[in-house]
Design a protein around this ligand. Sequence first.
Ligand code: FPP
Length: 237
Amino acid sequence: MSKTNTLSHLAIIMDGNGRWAENKGLPRREGHKEGAKIVRQITTWCAHNSICYLTLYAFSTENWKRPKTEIEFLMQLLKKYLENERQTYLENGIKFRAIGDITMFNSPLRDMILKLEEDSSKGKNLTQILALNYGGRDEIARACIKAFKSYSAKDLENIDKTEVQRLITNSLDTAGIPDVDLLIRTGGEMRISNFLLWQSSYAELAFTPTFWPDFSTHELENIILNFKNKLRRFGGL
Ligand code: FPP
């Protein structure tokens, strides 16, 4: 009897906004604007198609290296998105969560993030997680500091490795959220770019050349269909 995989946690690296715009002779920011619309479509689709967690890479710890004008535009876009999509979250039973080090954001933006987390906390269909000023290594480093702060050198000498893994897992920004089942990257590059490093250890990976603003629920459905029929062995036979 064949068994299909369950997709509980889907993660997406939304790449290709800039190239989408450049190919059309438009400024890069038009690609980000169009990308934000696709975020809404994909999120709503996930909320009604039995996905429990959707994590989206919206701003990485490395994105601060971009020109100041582009960073400012992305911050404004995020603010607008959080304001405009509030109804989408509430009407579709979507719980919003942020991961990453948001202490780097200005306080009005931080307050908006915290307020939407609180207001949408009863959402039962889907938890949408936006990775904001997020980096996998940064998250693991912060988790280790949190987990072992109270440990003495003597405690650490005898600590069991499985226990260390448990402590780190429970100290990550994603504590309580299951590991990633399927990680998709749009835009044609085949790399992970410091996204959910710990949580994607056994994730199935899917790469598509489609630029994020052209990504669709139809393409997502095809990727998911392919994922469901894959044999996942988790290191066993
Ligand atoms: C990569 O495209 C994408 C980002 C840096 C951020 C993702 C942002 C969005 C999808 C829009 C805003 C999202 C929200 C939630 C408001 P790129 O600029 O690196 O594309 P390129 O590789 O073609 O230059």
